[in-house]
Design a protein around this ligand. Structure first.
Ligand SMILES: Nc1ncnc2c1ncn2[C@@H]1O[C@H](COP(=O)(O)OP(=O)(O)OP(=O)(O)O)[C@@H](O)[C@H]1O
Length: 809
């Protein structure tokens, strides 16, 4: 935007801004597009009662520029009165003095202590302590939480040190919402590429740009995770006073390659948080709630917000669970971090979350916030207008300098974003310039004397420099399919489970990424800070882990081969054969053939879907997850997995897990799945858990493990009653300590005990003293009854027979 050069207001100038009068106190600074003043306002701000405010004056050359400003103001209105966002007071637009351009005036809360960057510059020698870093981070993150919690979320896109201010009471507040947007979907054609590229260049700051912003060929959306990346850079900078990619540039960003300076020293946990936020793959970065949870843990405080992503996911699950009462098993919840659960336990309003699917609903947002975070709920009327008025275009889809054609509005996930309002300012058509009671005849030029902030002159050498939005070499998004781009499978090479564990992320995501690693054959050790140690990871373990997660069975579990292979080709014992046949009992086989047919259809559909998608596996994956919410990534990989024939996954058993564990999205999954199919899944599950586990061919040690499993399986399916089973084991354990493990396998089931009247009295001498003393009486009886068959006295038997059946003799 070519901002016309205009003179400054003199102190004492009085302007009308909306329903407020503002008297200029002094000029503070100039942003990229604005003059910033402190001003005295009347009436005082209704929220804070303050009569001192900040006045931002922006000159825009055309109506296009006005739209950009509208977006900024609308964002501020949505976030109004959040403790960690610079609060909006009033706004006004007018034709400029020369009648060509427009002037926009925005009154907002005045942050008396200036910028975070100013504060940092007071601490050049004594760098920030970890506790200070955490405090700044916590408060800044809370400001971003207010944006991400909206539905649809707002993406700040320009989080940086310079955009955090400090209020007079010392609170850190996020400012500058001029770059805010909704989620931007990956561009699909060269036109869209150019559009998004330009949009990114003009609205983001080079050093804070995420890999998916720089390499648009990744086909990833620009969403909340892009803000998380910027927050990672932000955290790094408040620690080390430089950005992680300051010297290395774009290539390093693309591979998330950076180092930690040795000074100052911060804890490993803090550094690990940076590492997680700077994960190359957005899906591996924590969400904003998880970041705040971790920061709070590091501060030894309880987290000031509730994890709304998790709550939404749980709410979604509750919804799905209520559809099918038999679907009570939600194993993935076991993997959600304890901390997250503690928060949820205290949550009384989970049910109300069903209502926050429509945007915007600040009522819902406020439920996530502390009581002292006042968020003004948007009026019902206003919300309805935004949602129903098709004529309202989203100003967010417009950049500061690129005219937005309607063709590009679909790049943004939510075309009818809450920002879509045309009545932000007092109507431009009816503009009247703010009254100026004092306009100096010859306004003074801007010079350094006007600054009461840290001057740009006489800076120390290691002064923390302010980032500017430049179009330097660093700033040019890599739009060519470079080797880096084609090598992007490494983006999933880093260990993701830490992120998921720390932050309560979904097990499915972590499993999916494991599968992705397996199938794409990517390397695992590109992380600069943590390379994966477990180099033995394989298709087998990935599927094993997946199955383990879904059914709770052992990783060394090859049973699905025996289930699939009905001709008994597996080298199992009689137990395995029995299981195989039992798994094909009539009802089960009916379900099975239904399911198989359904799977075949699914498979075909997915293959066709995949053929119609771009060639990149990773973008396919992400897009698949977003576009095809009915079938999760697991299904996708199942249908494309080279191992699917030998290891058929119990297809649908995974579905409940996917739904329950994917805390980020998976909103509309499987609602239409038939109950019959789900019952079949449960049957499969129960069969699986009893399944014969053979790990033959997987090596010596797994075989040993498998044998143990076999033993357990055989014990579980034997018709011996539980009581007898226990007695049996007790006696074996007592009689032979060394081989107790082998006994159950080698001994056949015992016959039922002989009726008492047929038993012969056994001389005491037959029982060895050690057995007598150690065996429980019950067991002794049973055992002796078997032995008496050899010692029976025929005469006694005859006598007994005659006595009882005289007529037969
Ligand atoms: N509410 C405020 N209280 C005190 N100072 C403020 C306030 N808002 C802005 N400033 C000062 O003005 C500077 C520029 O503000 P802002 O970032 O909103 O303008 P901008 O034109 O969008 O700048 P840029 O786009 O280059 O970041 C800030 O860095 C800060 O020093």
């Amino acid at each position: 935007m070519n901002t016309p050069q205009i003179s400054l207001y003199e102190p004492g100038t009085v302007l009308t801004v909306g329903s407020h009068h503002a008297k200029i106190i002094k000029y503070l600074t100039s942003g990229g597009f604005a003059q910033v003043y402190s001003a005295e306002i009347s009436p005082p701000d209704a929220y804070s009662s303050a009569n001192k405010a900040c006045l931002k004056r922006v000159i825009v050359p055309d109506k296009q520029g006005l739209n950009t400003l509208r977006a900024e103001v609308d964002a501020m209105k949505l976030l109004k009165n959040n403790k960690h966002v610079v609060s909006y007071i009033d706004s006004h637009a007018a034709k400029s003095v020369n009648g060509v351009a427009y002037e926009v005036f925005v009154l907002m809360e005045y942050c008396e202590r200036g910028g975070l960057i100013d504060f940092m510059n007071t601490r050049l020698k004594n760098r920030l302590q970890e506790s200070e870093v955490l405090e700044i981070m916590s408060q800044t993150v809370q400001g971003i939480v207010a944006m991400h919690a909206l539905q649809p979320p707002l993406i700040h896109r320009d989080i940086k040190i310079e955009n955090v201010l400090i209020s007079h009471e010392g609170l850190y507040k996020v400012c500058d919402f001029g770059s805010v947007s909704g989620v931007i979907r990956p561009p699909k054609n060269p036109q869209e590429f150019n559009y998004v590229q330009h949009d990114i260049l003009t609205n983001t700051t080079a050093q804070y740009r995420s890999p998916e912003m720089i390499d648009l060929y990744r086909g990833l959306p620009i969403d909340e995770k892009s803000d998380i990346w910027a927050l990672g850079v932000f955290l790094y900078k408040i620690c080390y006073y430089t950005t992680p990619f300051e010297k290395s540039g774009e290539t390093a960003i693309l591979h998330a390659r950076y180092q930690y300076p040795s000074f100052p020293q911060y804890s490993d946990r803090l550094k690990n948080l940076i590492r997680l936020m700077l994960m190359e793959a957005p899906s591996q970065r924590p969400n904003i709630c998880q970041v705040l949870e971790e920061v709070s843990r590091l501060q030894n405080r309880s987290c000031p917000i509730r994890n709304f992503y998790l709550l939404r996911a749980m709410n979604q699950n509750a919804h799905l669970a209520s559809e099918s009462t038999s679907m009570a098993y939600i194993p993935a919840q076991q993997h959600i971090s304890q901390h997250s659960f503690q928060n949820i336990k205290g949550m009384t309003n989970i049910v109300s979350l069903t209502n926050i699917k429509t945007a915007p609903n600040l009522d819902s947002v406020s439920k996530f916030m502390n009581n002292n975070d006042r968020i003004e709920p948007m009026s019902q009327l206003h919300t309805q207008k935004l949602q129903t008025d098709p004529n309202i275009l989203n100003p967010l889809t417009k950049t500061k300098s690129v005219p937005l054609s309607d063709d590009f509005t679909s790049l943004y996930y939510k075309e009818l974003h809450p920002f879509q309002k045309s009545h932000t300012f007092k109507s431009v058509e009816s503009f009247q310039s703010p009254q100026r009671k004092y306009i100096p005849s010859s306004p003074p030029p801007i010079n350094s004397n006007n600054y009461d902030r840290v001057s740009t002159i006489n800076r120390p050498n290691n002064y923390v420099d302010s980032e500017t939005q430049t179009l330097d070499s660093m700033a040019t998004p890599n739009l060519k399919p470079s080797p880096i781009t084609t090598n992007k499978t490494t983006s999933f090479s880093k260990e993701s489970t830490v992120a998921e564990n720390v932050t309560g992320g979904s097990i499915v995501r972590s499993l999916s990424s494991k599968l992705k690693r397996v199938i794409t054959g990517e390397s695992r050790s590109s992380s600069p800070t943590k390379s994966r140690q477990n180099t033995g990871d394989s298709i087998r373990s990935a599927f094993g882990i997946l199955r383990h997660g879904f059914t709770g069975s052992s990783i060394n579990n090859n049973r699905s081969t025996s289930f699939d292979n009905n001709n008994g080709n597996n080298n199992g014992n009689s137990v395995s054969r029995r299981l195989t046949s039992s798994s094909s009992n009539p009802p089960s086989s009916n379900f099975s053939s239904d399911t198989k047919r359904q799977e075949e259809l699914d498979k075909k559909r997915k293959l066709e879907h995949r053929r119609s998608m771009p060639p990149s596996i990773l973008s396919d994956f992400d897009q698949h997850e977003r576009n095809n919410s009915r079938t999760g990534s697991r299904d996708y990989y199942r249908s494309h997995s080279p191992v699917k024939k030998s290891q058929t996954m119990p297809t649908t058993t995974a579905r409940p897990t996917l739904k329950s564990s994917n805390s980020d999205i998976n909103v509309n999954q499987d609602k239409k799945e038939s109950i019959q199919r789900r019952v079949h899944n449960l049957l499969n599950n129960s069969e699986d858990s009893l399944g014969y586990k053979s790990a033959s061919g997987y090596g010596k040690y797994t075989d040993t493990e498998a044998e143990k499993s076999n033993r357990q399986s055989s014990v579980r399916i034997t018709p011996i009653s539980e009581e007898r089973f226990n007695n049996y084991h007790t006696s074996n354990a007592m009689s032979d300590h060394t081989s107790s493990n082998d006994k159950p396998k080698s001994r056949p089931p015992r016959p039922p005990p002989k009726p008492l009247h047929l038993r012969t009295k056994i001389p005491n001498t037959r029982c060895s003293s050690h057995l007598q003393s150690r065996r429980p009486p019950e067991e002794r009886i049973s055992s002796e009854a078997t032995e008496t068959i050899v010692d029976v006295n025929v005469d006694d038997l005859e006598a007994d027979f005659r006595k009882r059946f005289p007529s037969k003799v």
